[in-house]
Design a protein around this ligand. Structure first.
Ligand SMILES: Nc1ncnc2c1ncn2[C@@H]1O[C@H](COP(=O)(O)OP(=O)(O)OP(=O)(O)O)[C@@H](O)[C@H]1O
Ligand SMILES: [Mg+2]
Length: 420
């Protein structure tokens, strides 16, 4: 507040209006108190700087981690538990500590900084259904650089955690939230697909990412859809994770059988997906089958709540258009259950069967697992494996090798016992 405003404010003040001569002692105290208040406001406005970061902002979570790192001595923590249930029913949980709502004091850059994390009791973010939150940083002085440095450090800290890692996002309300800590990137070579298959997909995706101009010049939406189909345990999901690592992309994992998913929400989510990410729709065949059972299961719970319709899904897929490369991967075990409209070109541009292990795959897997063994042993393993089980998945082979970690010959001799 400029000084002139301050003086004006004092003039408007009733105590001043009344004049000093007429006021009693009580009023004088009140005046002193008021002046002190004005003084404080004046001081705050001119000699303190504050930065407020609402929870909707991307940097909010980075800053929370930054505060956790710097407010080492704070004894007041709150926990954020991430919970994810896979299609298989497996549940994954993780605990992250954050500074709890309230005040924290941090010594940073030769300054005391007060950090206040507030959580509104009355206000709820309608998009996510979570309480509205913000953090406010207050520091002495007028130099904003301190906040700029904090933001930059928080970002670097977050990026460092993500370096060489793949971030998984899941949908929370209408936003994408990182799920758990970023995972270590899975090398592409660790997923052994049929000869040349992985390269074909990787080249296709890289070509797509590298040529935005081709699309804009022709007025074609800049997106590409992929469908991997085939029996379970043959590496569809693993390959997509490894591909994301190879590209330095994150993964937005979305389950179409999520009952709270409506047409609008899906549409919104697809359009706000983080940049440089692969949208992964697993088991697309399951989405609409399971939905038909829904009204019987819980007639009341979802009444009045929009649900995802098949045409809603198609519209959402078609609507995904941005200047960023948009990559959608879908997986299914049953391609014949999919509606042809879903996998027509434009929605799915590349379909790829990922099948049971071939001779070549088996030799490669053997070599990767037992690098010291001569190549002929790999051939011997592949031959006896295929003779015993013509249809085996890579997951079964991997499980078998784990039983014979140190015993390559044992793994060949016992190949007939491999679990189907
Ligand atoms: N081609 C492969 N090379 C190496 N490991 C593999 C391969 N395929 C599967 N695995 C291993 O088997 C496990 C299951 O694989 P994954 O989840 O990728 O299968 P999927 O094809 O997605 O199966 P589903 O159809 O059931 O989703 C993973 O732990 C993975 O490491
Ligand atoms: Mg899978």
């Amino acid at each position: 507040m400029p000084l002139s405003d301050f003086v004006d404010a004092l003039k408007d003040n009733p105590y001043f209006g009344a004049g000093f001569g007429l006021v009693g002692v009580g009023s004088a105290i009140a005046l002193a108190r008021k002046s002190a208040q004005f003084g404080m406001i004046f001081f705050r406005r001119n000699y303190m700087i504050t930065l407020e970061v609402p929870s909707r902002d991307k940097s909010y979570h980075w800053l929370l981690s930054w505060i956790t790192k710097h407010a080492k001595h704070t004894q007041h923590l709150s926990v954020e538990t991430s919970y994810m249930q896979h299609e298989s029913g497996r549940v994954h949980t993780q605990f992250d500590f954050h500074p709890s709502p309230g005040n924290h004091i941090i010594w940073y850059g030769r300054k005391w900084i007060r950090v206040e994390r507030t959580r509104e009791k009355q206000m709820v973010d309608l998009h996510t259904g979570t309480p509205w939150e913000s953090v406010t940083f207050t520091a002495m002085g007028r130099n904003r650089d301190v906040f700029f440095n904090i933001l930059q450090e928080a970002r670097e800290l977050a990026l460092k955690q993500e370096e060489g890692r793949t971030v998984m996002y899941t949908a929370l309300g209408s936003e994408w939230r990182p799920f758990g800590f970023p995972r270590r990137r899975r090398p592409l070579s660790s997923v052994v697909l049929e000869q040349g298959l992985a390269d074909r997909i990787v080249d296709d995706v890289k070509e797509f990412i590298g040529n935005p101009k081709w699309y804009t010049d022709r007025g074609i939406p800049y997106r590409r859809g992929y469908l991997l189909y085939g029996p379970p345990g043959c590496g569809k999901s693993s390959f997509i994770t490894a591909l994301a690592g190879e590209l330095g992309y994150s993964i937005c994992l979305m389950s179409l059988s999520d009952r709270s998913l409506s047409d609008d929400r899906l549409n919104h989510l697809l359009s706000v997906a983080p940049q440089q990410s692969i949208i992964l729709l697993e088991d697309v065949d399951a989405a609409f089958v399971s939905r038909e059972l829904l009204p019987i299961e819980s007639p009341l719970a979802y009444q009045g709540m929009g649900r995802l319709t098949f045409s809603g899904l198609l519209n959402a897929l078609d609507g995904v258009a941005s200047s960023e490369a948009r990559i959608v991967f879908m997986t299914t075990n049953f391609i014949d259950r999919l509606d042809p409209a879903l996998i027509r070109p434009g929605r799915v541009d590349l379909k790829q069967y990922v099948g049971h292990c071939t001779h070549w795959q088996l030799t490669q897997m053997f070599r990767r697992f037992y690098p010291a063994e001569p190549a002929t042993e790999g051939d011997r393993f592949a031959e006896s494996a295929l003779a015993a089980h013509p249809n085996i998945s890579a997951a079964q082979v991997q499980g078998h090798f784990m039983l014979f970690k140190m015993d390559p010959t044992g793994s060949i001799d016992n190949v007939a016992k491999m679990k189907e």
